[in-house]
Design a protein around this ligand. Structure first.
Ligand code: FAD
Length: 546
């Protein structure tokens, strides 16, 4: 803990008052009433793992979005999962007299304060990761496990997906379903869904978990699976941290491929782009009787000439092609980029993955001459966002998550409305307003790879799209982007497009009820069962909004 102050009986109230003043004036946030909470915490055996020094508080009051600030009373740096259980038990018990809120903070990669706890305690999951000393991922690849077709890894909920990748690759194995970026925690993505270009084929990460260890909102340690404590299992997956803190997860693994052909193709016509995407995801979904070429990963993104934050310029495309790509964008306004990957390894050397790709290209309707390929290792492919970001910030001479704000909007929308969304939102709002922004992702998924018993919500149709507006902005353009996000949602509402927000940000109970739809009653009942005092993850503002 170095120089930092620990909570000590005699100085604590003074420190906190001072800190509270400092933080309040720095962030314009009203002073909290937490001076009443902290003395109670000092009597806990884990008091020396609770910190309220400025560096601990500063980390916990912010997140990747950089928009919301909520000051916690203290931050728990757990040495073990028992520390987390004790804290929750105490908060839920009569000894706390008034229950206080607790939020697990994975990497704080939320964008609207979801991992914050105003006046409560934030659990810094990274501390658990450090205390596991590199032993947070245990791979089970025994003959017995493989004969059951169930290789798996037992991983701590605080582990990063990158840790999981590195540890499993040592055994020639890897999880089947990923996120684009791997510096996210297992518990954090399982609380949402965990989606990427593999989702259409394997389902989201929540569909690839065999078992979990969870500390519920009552402080109980529960091992749950589809056959044991099933209610906890299905509640927690996609449960936005409302029912328990995930401290362990058994993740499905498969044999890891060695290499990846990574391809981008450009389209000027949205229906051709969407048609090809839907065709490609239907092949792996068992609807295709003929022998067509399967892909392992599929996403899509927009290319626009929207200023310095145009991601396409710095990343994938060779600089010698920038001019002709830019000309194409200037001509059409928006260019749609289909991104696919095909995995291959030594066992597939007797046929050519390149030949397969050539056959595939003939079936697709991209602009002739506009395909771009890379051949990379599997690990390079999975860490592509990290590599890209590092290169970008190095070239710009800044920290990649410094003072940039991220007013992201992520939507799931039914396939039947995707053309309407293209003309009404992508062209009429995003392109016309021409606000300098970040990446816009557009790609479809198969709903039958999602499990409706889980808390995560999707649109009703068999195929739905995810559209991610991954804006980066300064304070100057935040309001414009917030207005744009609102207008996008309003367009969908007016057009009767039943969108669901992914990584949702709702403000009122009515909005949350609409979000969960027919799942709301179950969600509410499970909250009453597993976190009756409504302690956990207040930053989602589901049960503790006004
Ligand atoms: P946090 O932001 O710290 O927490 C998120 C929520 O989960 C909070 O409510 C928190 O209290 C709760 N929580 C955290 N840990 C636990 C736990 N162990 N048990 C129970 N609840 C917990 N998402 C995708 O699906 N696909 C992507 O490709 C993707 N890429 C991203 C790229 C970047 C650069 C960023 C910033 C985010 C990305 N995300 C993506 C979103 C990401 O999944 C969410 O931010 C998610 O919350 C994970 O982040 P985290 O581990 O930092 O969790």
């Amino acid at each position: 803990m170095g120089e930092s102050l620990r909570i000590r009986t005699y100085i604590l109230p003074l420190i906190f008052i001072h800190l509270s003043h400092l933080m309040s004036s720095a962030f314009g946030i009203p002073k909290s009433s937490t001076t009443f909470l902290l003395p109670k915490l000092q009597n806990l055996h884990l008091a020396d793992r609770l910190r309220d020094d400025p560096s601990a508080i500063e980390l916990a009051l912010s997140d990747y979005g950089n928009i919301v600030k909520e000051i916690p009373a203290a931050v728990l740096y757990p040495a073990s999962i028992n520390d987390i259980a004790s804290l929750i038990k105490f908060a839920a018990s009569n000894n706390a007299s008034v229950p206080f809120n607790i939020a697990a903070r994975g990497q704080g990669h939320s964008v609207r304060g979801q991992a914050m706890a105003r006046n409560g305690v934030v659990v810094n999951m990274n501390s658990l990761r450090n205390n596991r000393n590199g032993n947070g991922v245990k791979v089970v690849s025994s003959a017995a496990a493989s004969s059951m077709g169930r290789w798996y890894a037992d991983v701590g909920g605080e582990q990063l997906w990158e840790d999981v990748l590195n540890a499993t690759l040592e055994h020639g194995l890897a999880p089947v379903s990923w996120t684009d970026y791997l510096h996210l925690t297992v518990g954090g993505t399982l609380s949402n869904a965990g989606i990427s270009g593999q989702t259409f084929r394997y389902g989201p990460q929540i569909s690839n978990v065999y078992e979990m260890d969870v500390i519920t909102g009552k402080g109980d340690f529960v091992t749950c699976s589809p056959i044991k404590n099933t209610d906890v299992f299905y509640a927690v997956l996609g449960g936005l941290g409302q029912f328990g803190i995930i401290v362990g997860a058994r993740i499905a693994l498969q044999s890891a491929p060695k290499r990846v052909k990574w391809v981008r193709m450009l389209y000027n016509d949205f229906s051709a782009f969407a048609g090809d995407q839907e065709y490609l995801i239907s092949i792996n979904n068992g609807r295709d009787e003929q022998k067509h070429i399967e892909v392992d990963y599929l996403e899509g993104l927009l290319l626009m000439n929207h200023g310095p934050l145009d991601h396409w310029r710095t990343s994938f495309f060779p600089s010698k092609d920038h001019f002709r790509i830019s000309s194409l964008i200037t001509k059409y306004g928006i260019i749609y980029c289909l991104e696919i990957a095909k995995y291959y390894d030594d066992s597939t050397l007797n046929y050519s993955v390149d030949e397969e790709l050539q056959v595939l290209f003939q079936m697709l309707s991209f602009v002739p001459g506009y395909t771009f390929e890379k051949d990379v290792s599997y690990a390079e492919f999975l860490t592509r966002v990290q590599i890209d970001q590092e290169q970008r910030v190095q070239s710009e001479g800044r920290q990649w998550d410094d003072v940039t704000l991220h007013p992201w909007l992520n939507l799931f929308l039914p396939k039947s409305h995707i053309s309407e969304f293209n003309s009404g939102v992508l062209k009429d709002i995003v392109l016309k307003r021409n606000i300098t922004t970040g990446l816009v992702l557009v790609y479809p998924m198969n709903r039958n790879k999602w499990d409706d018993r889980m808390s995560a919500v999707t649109p009703d149709e068999d195929v739905f799209y995810t559209v991610g507006f991954l804006h980066s902005s300064g304070f100057d353009s935040l309001e414009m982007l917030d207005v744009q996000n609102k207008d996008i949602l309003q367009f969908c509402y007016n057009a009767g497009i039943k969108v669901k927000q992914y990584l949702p940000n709702h403000k009122t109970k009515t909005e949350w009820k609409n979000h969960f739809g027919i799942k709301w009653e179950t969600f509410r009942e499970r909250k009453a069962q597993f976190d009756p005092q409504m302690i956990l993850s207040p930053g989602q503002r589901i049960f503790n909004n006004n």
